[in-house]
Design a binder for this molecule. Structure first.
Ligand SMILES: Cc1cc2nc3c(=O)[nH]c(=O)nc-3n(C[C@H](O)[C@H](O)[C@H](O)COP(=O)(O)OP(=O)(O)OC[C@H]3O[C@@H](n4cnc5c(N)ncnc54)[C@H](O)[C@@H]3O)c2cc1C
Length: 393
């Protein structure tokens, strides 16, 4: 009998397992994947994600993978661009875009080093439920493991969420589709995001001197886009001044990959004997590049709640209820913003005017990036008083 079984060992599961194991709990961490391995995702980490890695003692190992710091951030809206350096947060200074092959392996290793029992290549086939309480899992090889809590960190199509019937709320179906590939010869000194109306083009420098180049389109365009991925991907890149030349002068190092499976929702985060963390409990369009940061933050909140429940410091249900409240209060405003951006509609005139005003002031641009990355709550930044201050400056 373990204290906790964590299903899924990437950006949500490994930190949750690590933090619980570091507090002395017996933890089994399972993943059907083996590591190192890639997953379908670009992988920008905002500064607060790097700060979480710092708190966990993993920042330097992640930086040592060789991905460059993003020293500028550019959000280009055509007539104007918001350009600046996101503000430092708790000693972390730059966003980084680290390949998941490298990042996830460091996270799994940290869970193992903390004392979690790690079984990779081990899929969970069944969640065991007795009298309405989750008591353990059966893996595909038929083995049974039991625990006081089973944590689903198993991503969008979570087996745990399905088994317990966790309901989604604040949900909006997928609004975009996206395709990406890696190129040498394209990187500049930071992240570039080009809003072209019916396309968004993103460039994130990453490991091995490459940059990931991502193109998103509205979901309505997905069938046409998919009919000629190569042509549509190149056509979007050609609309960004200078980018087609950079891409042509470099070399693509991997095939183009893509997905339209990007729904937006929160799911009930806990019940008797179970909890959800990461994409399993909160999934959204990748346009804010926040999934990894949000998984890290949720892992910390959940590990603290589970620790309180396991030690008897608080009733488990109370601790988990607070976890869900904290998660939702933090992420709901970002989910709303994500849905707005992912709709790829032209911004309402007031918002366009606000963005133009922000773009005209470098200090304000930095504050804006601070709100986007969550180091200042977005609700506070977009409050009528603050918007009034920006517009009258
Ligand atoms: C196109 C795209 C681009 C993105 N770009 C960014 C970005 O730039 N920055 C950012 O922060 N986020 C980005 N995201 C989001 C980010 O990828 C996710 O938020 C993040 O991976 C969530 O981590 P997770 O650990 O919750 O889930 P996952 O990374 O999905 O990991 C879940 C794990 O669970 C395992 N698993 C599933 N079922 C089982 C089972 N039954 N038994 C055992 N194991 C199981 C899987 O093998 C997997 O390893 C992007 C997403 C997409 C789709």
């Amino acid at each position: 009998m373990y204290d906790a079984i964590v299903v899924g060992a990437r950006t949500a599961g490994s930190p949750t397992a690590m933090l619980l194991a570091r507090q002395g709990h017996s933890v089994l961490l399972l993943d059907k994947a083996t590591f190192p391995s890639d997953t379908l995702s670009t992988h920008l980490m905002h500064v607060p994600a790097m700060a979480a890695l710092k708190r966990w003692g993993l920042h330097d190992a992640v930086v040592a993978t060789g991905a460059p710091p993003h020293t500028t951030f550019t959000m280009d809206f055509g007539p104007f661009a918001i350009v600046g350096q996101p503000p430092p947060f708790e000693g972390a200074t730059s966003p980084y875009c680290v390949r998941r092959t490298a990042l996830d392996e460091i996270l799994v290793g940290a869970a193992r080093d903390a004392g979690a029992e790690v079984r990779t290549g081990t899929g969970v086939a069944e969640v065991l439920i007795e009298d309405g309480t989750v008591t353990g899992v059966r893996t595909r090889d038929g083995a049974v493991a039991r625990a006081r809590i089973v944590i689903g960190a198993d991503g969008l199509h979570s087996t745990v969420a399905k088994a317990v019937g966790a309901k989604a709320y604040a949900d909006t179906p997928a609004l975009t589709a996206g395709y990406y590939a890696y190129y040498t010869g394209v990187s500049r000194d930071g992240a570039e995001i080009y809003n072209l109306g019916d396309r968004t083009v993103v460039v994130f420098p990453t490991n091995d001197g490459t940059a990931v180049v991502f193109v998103a389109c509205p979901i309505a365009d997905f069938p046409d886009f998919r009919a000629d991925v190569e042509g549509n991907y190149a056509a979007a890149i050609a609309r960004v001044p200078g980018l087609a030349e950079r891409v042509a002068n470099g070399a693509r190092t991997e095939r183009i990959r893509g997905t339209a499976d990007v729904p937006n929702f929160l799911r009930e985060a806990y019940g008797d004997g179970w909890a959800l963390v990461g994409d399993a409990g909160y999934h959204k369009d990748p346009c804010m590049a926040a999934g990894i940061m949000d998984a890290f933050l949720s892992a910390e909140w959940l590990a603290a709640a589970v620790h309180a429940g396991l030690t008897g410091e608080r009733p488990m249900a109370d601790a988990l209820a607070e976890y869900q409240t904290v998660r939702d209060e933090r992420f709901l405003p970002y989910l709303q913003m994500t849905v707005g951006l992912a709709s790829m509609e032209p911004p309402p005139p007031e918002q366009a005017a606000l963005f133009a005003k922000i773009a005209s002031d470098p200090a304000e641009s930095t504050r804006f990036f601070g709100a986007l990355q969550g180091s200042t709550p977005i609700g506070e930044y977009l409050s009528p008083e603050n918007v009034g201050r920006i517009m009258s400056a």
